[in-house]
Design a protein around this ligand. Structure first.
Ligand code: PMP
Length: 365
C-alpha cells in the first residue's frame, strides 16, 4: 500500500521533544553534570559490565539496585521502582493515573514532558499558571482541587525551568487535601538538599521521582526511580515495559550508587558556583536572574533570542525559553565547571555591553 492511515488523533500537531542539542564547546543547556564519572569509578564500572551476561534478559525490577536505593532511603524494596530514566516513569504515571476521562493538575511554566504525556494518553490537563515570581498560586490550586475531579498532580521541586523548590508546607497541605496521586519530581533534589521522603509514611498518595542523570552524572545511561507506598508501585508495575532498565545500566547504576559519596564534592561545587553565577548575572546590565535551588539559573533580558545566538556563536550553548508562555525573554543556563561559567559570563557581558553601546545614542537623543 502506498499510503498509510492517520496516526492516533491525539498526535496531531504534537511536536516531538527536542533538546536542541547543537555542537558547542560549553554545553550549558540540558542541566547535566559538567563532570563525568571519575576515572576510578569508571574502572569499577568496566569490571562490573564485564560480568554482565549479554545473552540473558535483565532482572525486570533491577533487584540489586532496588535494594541499594531502598536501604539508603530507609524503605522496603516494595517502595522502590527503577525506570529507563525519570522520563519513562513520568510516562508510566500518565498511563497508570491518566487516560480518557481522567484529569491532571499542572503548574506551568514547568517541565514540558508532563503536559506532553498527558496529551498522548488523552488525559485532560488543568493548568494553574504560576505567579510572576514563579511561585505556585496555592489558593487557585486548592480551589480547583475542591472540584474533586483531579486524578493526579505533578509538582517539580525544584521546578524546571524556573528554579525554586515548592514550599514543604504547601506539599503537606496538598497531600492532605486530596486523594489524587501527587508526584513530587525531585530530579534535582541533590542540589536543593530537600526532599519530601519523610512524608511517604503518612501519605498513600505521594510518589517521589528521582534520577541518576544530574547529580550522579549518568544522563547518558538512562536511570531513574520512584519512591512510593507499595500499592502505588504495584500500579506502576502494571504499565511499565518489563525490561526497560537494561542489564548494563543496572550494573552501572549499582556501582555509581554504591560510590555516591564521591559525587558530593562535585555537587557542592555546583551549589557554590550557582551563587557565584547568580551574583554575576545580577550585576550584568539588563539581566534579571531568578533564584535557584537547582543546577541552573533562569534569567530574563531584553533581546534574549539575540543573546542566545551571540552565546552560541561563541561556543556556549544555553536553553532558550523565550517562546514559552510566561517565559518571554528568558534563557536558562546550566551551572558548568568554573571555567565554563566564567566563559559564559564573559560572553554574556560582551553581548550586554555591545547592546548597551548600540542603544546608548538613541537613549540620549
Ligand atoms: N524531571 C525533570 C524536572 C527534568 O528536568 C528531567 C530531565 N530533563 C527529568 C525529570 C527526567 O530526567 P531523566 O529522564 O534523564 O531521568
Amino acid at each position: 500500500m502506498n499510503r498509510v492511515r492517520e496516526a492516533a488523533p491525539q498526535l496531531a500537531g504534537l511536536v516531538p521533544y527536542d533538546p536542541k542539542y547543537l555542537p558547542a564547546s560549553a554545553y550549558l543547556s540540558a542541566n547535566e553534570n559538567p563532570r563525568d564519572v571519575d576515572a576510578e569509578v569508571r574502572e569499577f564500572i568496566a569490571r562490573a559490565v564485564a560480568r554482565v551476561p549479554f545473552n540473558r534478559y535483565p532482572d525486570p525490577l533491577a533487584g540489586d539496585l532496588r535494594d541499594l536505593i531502598a536501604e539508603a532511603n530507609g524503605l522496603d524494596r516494595s517502595c522502590v521502582l527503577l525506570g529507563n530514566g525519570g522520563d519513562e516513569l513520568l510516562f508510566d504515571l500518565a498511563l497508570a493515573w491518566g487516560g480518557p476521562g481522567r484529569t491532571c493538575l499542572n503548574f506551568p511554566p514547568t517541565f514540558s514532558v508532563y503536559a506532553a504525556n498527558a496529551r498522548l494518553t488523552n488525559t485532560t490537563v488543568v493548568d494553574i499558571a504560576r505567579r510572576d515570581d514563579f511561585s505556585i498560586d496555592e489558593e487557585a490550586a486548592f480551589e480547583r482541587l475542591g472540584e474533586g475531579d483531579i486524578d493526579y498532580i505533578i509538582v517539580a521541586s525544584p521546578n524546571n525551568p524556573t528554579g525554586l523548590r515548592a514550599p514543604q508546607d504547601f506539599l503537606e497541605r496538598l497531600l492532605a487535601a486530596t486523594d489524587a496521586l501527587v508526584m513530587v519530581d525531585e530530579a534535582y533534589f541533590e542540589f536543593s538538599r530537600s526532599t519530601v521522603r519523610p512524608l511517604l509514611a503518612a501519605n498513600e498518595n505521594l510518589v517521589i521521582l528521582r534520577t541518576f542523570s544530574k547529580a550522579f552524572s549518568l544522563a547518558g545511561v538512562r536511570l531513574g526511580y520512584i519512591l512510593a507506598n507499595p500499592g502505588v508501585i504495584s500500579e506502576f508495575m502494571k504499565v511499565r515495559q518489563p525490561y526497560s532498565v537494561d542489564a548494563v545500566s543496572q550494573a552501572i547504576g549499582s556501582v555509581v550508587y554504591e560510590n555516591r559519596a564521591r559525587f558530593e564534592p562535585g555537587i557542592r561545587e555546583i551549589i557554590e558556583e550557582r551563587s557565584r553565577m547568580f551574583d554575576a548575572l545580577r550585576t550584568t546590565p539588563g539581566v534579571t536572574p531568578y533564584p535557584s535551588d537547582s543546577n541552573w539559573i533562569l534569567f530574563r533580558m531584553e533581546g534574549a533570542g539575540e543573546a542566545w545566538e551571540y552565546l552560541y556563536e561563541a561556543g556556549v550553548l544555553v536553553r532558550d525559553f523565550s517562546a514559552t508562555p510566561l517565559l518571554e525573554n528568558c534563557l536558562r543556563v546550566t551551572i558548568g565547571t568554573p571555567a565554563q561559567n566564567d566563559e559564559f559570563i564573559r560572553v554574556l557581558r560582551g553581548f550586554a555591553a555591545h547592546r548597551g553601546s548600540e542603544r546608548a545614542p538613541a537613549a540620549r537623543a
